[in-house]
Design a protein. Structure first.
Ligand SMILES: Nc1nc2c(c(=O)[nH]1)N[C@@H](CN(C=O)c1ccc(C(=O)N[C@@H](CCC(=O)O)C(=O)O)cc1)CN2
Length: 310
């Protein structure tokens, strides 16, 4: 069974998807359960329990929630979790020292440094310091290079999750015009590479693009990853298009509390789109499920190297 996509449920994809709304939470749960079964089998075969180290620098409240959830899910699938919480004042050299220790630790198969990092630390230097076979975020130059060459490697979690959501509604994306809004190393650039690999015609719009709305209106597949809540309105969407909303922003709610919204105005987009991901419950849960998937993939690869040399 390929580990890249969740095992097929007995239900057809059209029933997994609740009408137009792509059920990211449900698809993430199916993938997490599958990883849990595969981890149990891997350990039963006498292999080391896969271990994931997550490093958080500082006390950004959203990042604290994400790393806590990562630890909970890591335990849930039967892997070992190693958490490193460092103060906001941590220097780049201190962080690089910790990464060197994690690279050398045989109990650790995956290393993730939570982003964003404080201003004194260069995220590219940090992600490049992670050993490529432990780079479960897929953000280092080796894995990013492999993705751009279309060869196997570790794929960044959020774009991988978006691809799985797209595959839940599209058997074949060949020839479709995919527009990605946002060109970050974390989402936009790897997403564009994945869509190219699916034989889409890919356009990337970014902060300097002058006609983003017009480009979006031509998209059969629209992936929005800008962090600008409410950027994409209903009239930006081609009727029937598939819309993947990566944005997650906490905004004040009418009841005095807060709520999460995406980069797409969901109520306007829903009647126009063919399929759309909600926020919350869309791309977000896939990010953690794909991290677990990538960690098992890293543990398998490490074991294969050990088996070959014994
Ligand atoms: N090193 C990395 N840093 C960051 C990544 C990443 O992939 N690697 N991605 C994001 C944050 N992120 C994971 O780290 C993440 C974001 C959102 C969710 C999620 O489950 N969201 C829920 C809502 C959760 C809530 O109530 O706040 C949803 O959308 O339904 C998980 C992980 C930036 N940093």
């Amino acid at each position: 069974m390929s580990m890249l996509f969740p095992e097929k449920s007995s239900e057809p994809a059209s029933q997994i998807v609740d009408g137009k709304i792509i059920d990211g939470k449900g698809i993430a749960r199916a993938l997490t359960d599958q990883v849990g079964r595969e981890v149990a089998k891997f350990v039963e075969q006498g292999n080391t329990i896969p271990g994931l180290a997550v490093v958080l620098v500082g006390n950004d409240p959203a990042s604290e929630v994400y790393v806590k959830n990562k630890a909970i899910q890591t335990h849930r699938v039967g892997m070992r979790s190693f958490m490193h919480m460092l103060p906001q004042s941590t220097s780049q050299d201190e962080l690089l020292d910790l990464i060197a220790q994690l690279n050398a630790n045989p109990k650790i198969h995956g290393i993730l440094v939570q982003l964003p990092l404080p201003a004194q630390i260069d995220p590219v230097a940090v992600t490049n310091a992670i050993a490529p076979h432990k780079d479960v975020d897929g953000l280092g130059e080796v894995n990013a290079g492999r993705l751009s060459l279309g060869i196997d490697g570790i794929v960044p979690c959020t774009p991988l999750g978006c691809l799985m959501l797209l595959k839940s509604v599209h058997e074949d994306m060949t020839g479709k015009h995919a527009v990605v809004i946002g060109a970050s190393n974390l989402v936009g650039k790897p997403m564009a590479q994945l869509l190219l690999k699916e034989n889409c015609t890919v356009t990337v719009a970014h902060i300097h693009t002058r006609n983003t709305k017009e480009l979006a209106r031509e998209a059969d597949i629209l992936v929005v990853a800008t962090g600008k809540s409410g950027l994409v309105r209903g009239d930006w969407i081609k009727p029937g298009a598939t819309v993947i909303d990566v944005g997650i922003t906490r905004v004040p709610a009418e009841n005095g509390k807060t709520r999460l919204v995406g980069d797409v105005v969901f109520d306007e987009a829903l009647p126009v789109a063919g399929h759309i991901t909600p926020v919350p419950g869309g791309v977000g849960p896939m990010t953690i499920a794909c991290l677990l998937h990538n960690t098992l993939q890293a543990a398998r690869a490490t074991q294969a190297v050990a088996d070959a040399s014994s």
